[in-house]
Design a binder for this molecule. Structure first.
Ligand SMILES: Cc1cc2nc3c(=O)[nH]c(=O)nc-3n(C[C@H](O)[C@H](O)[C@H](O)COP(=O)(O)OP(=O)(O)OC[C@H]3O[C@@H](n4cnc5c(N)ncnc54)[C@H](O)[C@@H]3O)c2cc1C
Length: 433
């Protein structure tokens, strides 16, 4: 299968429609409600009144929840086309909700679709797919997120129920959620990655409490839940997937979700670059436009190169996923884009901020939020370091150690082998050449 990122004219027409629709219809919602978390509050009528008609237009055009396979109402587009859509949606925090593909609902929907029982699908999946409710993914614990082996939240079987106790940390949008998907230790004596099981927990279950909502400096609201489970009883049929299978289930959700974030980051970074270019062409200092100054030109050139490199890496990874139809085969490639994504956004957004001077640092511009968003990207699906370790392991697995004292590419050895190979032809040539 040759690498080809071009699309048929009909899909290009869809992309053009999405681009114009996001610019003209969705971006104004962000201008009115800059707090993107409100997209998850389905009870906040002032915003929902604007969002619902746009969602209908997206549905009418057949572009709703595009990440889903056809049997769940999506188009089964494949990851290259999804990348091309998501790089447009990344321009504004409201676009994923308008198009029915916002995280963590999209990932939660994927795992319920994959592992859910018919009852779980009817009760939780359908309203999620319809965009009627919000969900949360609660995995991280206060004592550690990057290493799930330190998790202590447990679920103990009691008759027809599981009783969950423990704490979860930074569960985004828990305050708006109807239910959460969480993992707890059910088999403490099993090997570390087979100890935990996944559960669906309705938000109103007695014993489930938000200790507080945590925010960070550029966010307009605190919406990352610090949660306490005090003997939370859920019916046994609320286990999602097999007992001890939480990590297998989680992989289904993280595989696709990881690359969707990367796709949208392209859109965020491009928006910052667009702004940088307009400003450089407009602002005059010391008698000439900023765009005439070579240090400014260098920053614009660097930003363009880094963005296009990143975009190609994302598209190539999307293409590989489509080709192999298996996230595991391209785990290293996915880790690579996860690892570089925060840096690309950070560097481009920081240059854009700086080029705008005091205006750039002010809350009248989006740059500080984008810089902070780059840190979000470097943590939310696991820290950059963890992705680099995965990638490095994958790369190293393609090599073999040498038993010799000197490396296999030691030049004197290489030369000796080459001379040996061509000895007959070299007989009459001076060895010193
Ligand atoms: C905006 C945002 C939203 C989030 N939403 C959710 C959510 O909805 N649900 C959820 O469950 N979690 C969520 N998280 C939590 C996220 O998954 C964790 O922050 C992440 O897994 C890291 O865990 P930690 O914060 O406990 O950091 P730690 O595990 O304490 O790691 C801290 C730092 O240690 C270093 N480090 C860690 N491991 C290694 C290593 N192997 N090698 C080298 N250095 C290392 C890294 O520098 C890392 O940043 C969210 C986080 C953010 C920032």
């Amino acid at each position: 299968m040759p690498i080809d990122f071009s699309v048929e004219p009909e899909f290009q027409a869809d992309l053009d429609w999405i681009d114009q629709f996001v610019r003209e219809e969705v971006e104004p919602i962000e201008a009115i409600f800059p707090n993107g978390h409100l997209a998850f509050d389905k009870t906040f009528e002032p915003a929902q009144k604007l969002v619902r008609p746009l969602q209908q237009k997206v549905k009418d055009r057949g572009l709703w929840a595009l990440h889903l396979p056809p049997h769940l109402g999506g188009m089964g587009l494949g990851n290259v086309k999804l990348a091309l859509v998501n790089e447009i949606l990344g321009r504004t925090v409201w676009a994923p909700s308008v198009f029915g593909c916002q995280a963590p609902d999209s990932g939660n929907a994927e795992i319920i679709a994959h592992y859910g029982t018919p009852e779980q699908k009817e009760k939780y999946l359908q309203p999620l797919l319809d965009g009627k409710i919000t969900s949360t993914y609660a995995m991280t614990e206060p004592q550690g997120g990057a290493d799930p082996k330190v998790f202590t939240t447990k679920a103990v079987r009691d008759g027809d129920h599981w009783v969950i106790s423990g704490q979860k940390w930074f569960a985004s949008h828990a305050n708006y959620a109807e239910f959460l998907v969480t993992m707890a230790i059910t088999d403490p004596d099993a090997p570390p990655y087979q100890r935990m099981s996944m559960f669906i927990v309705p938000k109103d279950t007695p014993g489930l409490r938000i200790i507080r909502n945590v925010g960070f400096v550029t966010e307009k609201a605190a919406t990352h839940g610090y949660l306490s489970f005090d003997d939370v009883r859920v019916p046994a049929d609320h286990m999602l997937g097999p007992q001890g299978g939480a990590f297998v289930v989680a992989q289904v959700r993280l595989g696709g979700g990881r690359i969707h974030h990367a796709m949208r980051t392209i859109g965020e970074a491009r928006r910052a670059l667009d702004m940088m270019c307009e400003r450089a062409l407009s602002r005059v200092t010391q008698g000439e436009r900023l765009a005439r100054k070579q240090m400014v030109q260098e920053r614009i050139a660097d930003s363009w190169i880094e963005l296009e490199q990143f975009r190609l890496l994302v598209l190539r990874t999307a293409w590989l996923i489509d080709k192999h139809k298996n996230y595991k085969t391209v785990r290293g490639d996915i880790s690579a884009i996860k690892a570089i994504m925060p840096k690309v956004l950070h560097d481009i957004a920081s240059r854009a901020l700086h080029l705008h001077g005091s205006l750039g640092i002010s809350e009248e511009m989006p740059f500080a939020g984008l810089v902070m968003q780059s840190f979000h990207m470097g943590l939310a699906d696991g820290p950059v370091e963890v992705h680099k370790v995965t990638l490095a392991r994958e790369v190293l697995s393609r090599y073999r150690a040498t038993e010799d004292l000197f490396p296999s590419y030691h030049l004197p050895e290489v030369r000796a082998r080459a001379i040996e190979k061509y000895r007959a032809a070299l007989e009459h040539i001076d060895e010193q050449v």
